[in-house]
Design a protein around this ligand. Structure first.
Ligand code: ACO
Length: 374
């Protein structure tokens, strides 16, 4: 072994600059283009945040109106994507359906290989507009329900819920959903965003990069955790069983989903905002037991390991209360994070350099072949 320093998992390695978001674990803050995410969640819609991530500034009222018109005009599922989704078995994980659908949209775009900034922005908006229809339809077909067409008189989140459930829920639910989309939208060089940047660095097209990013997000250590959190809640059942469940899980050296973070060691900056949204849903759906279980497990994890929840911990039960199937949770994360991914893809192309790290070889020493004849 040489004395080369190896940083497993690239932990602590700074690989590039970005002007899209700033994560500061010391001050427990997260800024999108300079704005605190909590402020964006309180004062903006997800459409405004998407615009901000792509363009660097919040839209003027005229710019927002133009952007919304464009987004609303592209919400319907195309016939090819619908046919491919219909052909996929119901045993397919919804993340596999989303990944396939993104790939189909790319394969159907005659300009998939055109990579000008304007064209990449066009593709980003198209994916942003169509992902809700994909996610909503996939959940509905699993329930034996028909596709619900989008409404262009509704904002992004109200329409997303309308396409999923066939009606628009109370404003408090729409707002909680919108907040979750804003909080999930962007988080610097996380695993899936980095995947998108690696693929982009080879000069592959935007759809390929997003398809790869969906694959990276699926894992339970990343986006798959919001689904896994709900399995934990289901497994525990009621708050009075939480501590015993945790002690067994920790004794078995299991990772408790929804806790811990590679960057934030003292709490995820997004959790208080999402927890407040969850509280409104607990009240709306009169589900105090779920809120109690949440808080009991969090407190016990704090006592036993001093490990704090990440965003997936409040968002999992929030999506559950809204009525989403547990398997649909990570696709919701995709619908939000596609904004961050595509902003990073465009930023990567502004000053591209092929991402190609080194490894230290630890296999067999050089050796030579003795032929069978010898
Ligand atoms: N449950 C139990 N123990 C944990 C957890 C957890 N969720 N997270 C960290 N630890 C412990 C580890 O066992 C380890 O303990 P040890 O030093 O005694 O061995 C220590 O804390 C450090 O953990 P690492 O896994 O080395 O920390 P890392 O920075 O690599 O991991 C990660 C971060 C992968 C997120 C981890 O905390 C984890 O697996 N969490 C559960 C999955 C999860 O919730 N992922 C969502 C991430 S956020 C997002 O995508 C929105």
């Amino acid at each position: 072994m040489s004395d080369t320093e190896i940083r497993k998992g690239l932990a602590g390695v700074v690989v590039d600059t970005t002007a899209i978001s700033k994560v500061n674990p010391e001050t427990n803050s997260l800024l999108y283009r300079g704005y605190p995410v909590q402020e964006l969640a309180e004062k903006c819609t997800f459409e405004e945040v998407a615009y901000l991530l792509w363009n660097g500034d919040l839209p003027t009222p005229e710019q927002l109106a133009e952007f919304e018109t464009l987004e609303r005009s592209q919400r319907a599922l195309g016939p090819t994507v619908k046919r491919v989704i219909d052909d996929l078995p119901l045993t397919a994980h919804p993340m596999d359906v989303v990944r396939t659908a993104v790939s189909v949209i790319g394969a159907s775009d005659p300009d998939a290989g055109v990579s000008t900034p304007a064209d990449n922005l066009r593709k980003s908006i198209a994916l942003f507009a169509q992902l809700p229809a994909i996610v909503a339809y996939d959940q509905r077909r699993r329930r034996g329900e028909h596709l619900v067409e989008p409404r262009d008189d509704l904002g992004y989140s109200a329409n997303f819920l309308h396409m999923t459930f066939g009606d628009v829920p109370d404003l408090v639910v729409v707002n909680a959903f919108d907040v979750s989309m804003i909080l999930y939208a962007e988080h610097s060089f996380n695993a899936s965003t980095f995947t998108a940047r690696v693929i982009t660095s080879t000069l592959a097209d935007l759809y390929s990069a997003v398809t790869g990013a969906v694959g990276a997000l699926k894992g339970a250590l990343h986006g798959g955790a919001n689904e896994a959190v709900m399995h934990v809640f289901d497994e525990i059942g009621t708050a009075d069983r939480a501590v015993a469940w945790l002690d067994t899980a920790l004794a078995e050296k299991r990772k408790v989903m929804g806790f811990g973070h590679r960057v934030y060691k003292n709490g995820d900056s997004r959790v208080p905002t999402m927890k407040a949204a969850l509280d409104t849903l607990v009240a709306e759906y009169d589900s105090p037991e779920l809120g109690h279980l949440y808080e009991t497990l969090e407190a016990a994890m704090g006592e036993r390991k001093n490990i704090k929840p990440n965003l997936d911990y409040p968002s999992g039960p929030a999506y559950h209360l809204m009525g989403f199937d547990t398997l649909t949770f990570t696709p919701l994360f995709v619908a939000a994070r596609v904004t961050g991914w595509t902003a990073h893809i465009m930023e990567q192309l502004e000053a591209n350099s092929l991402i190609r790290p080194l490894s230290e070889y630890v296999g067999a020493e050089e050796r030579h072949i003795t032929s069978v004849a010898d």
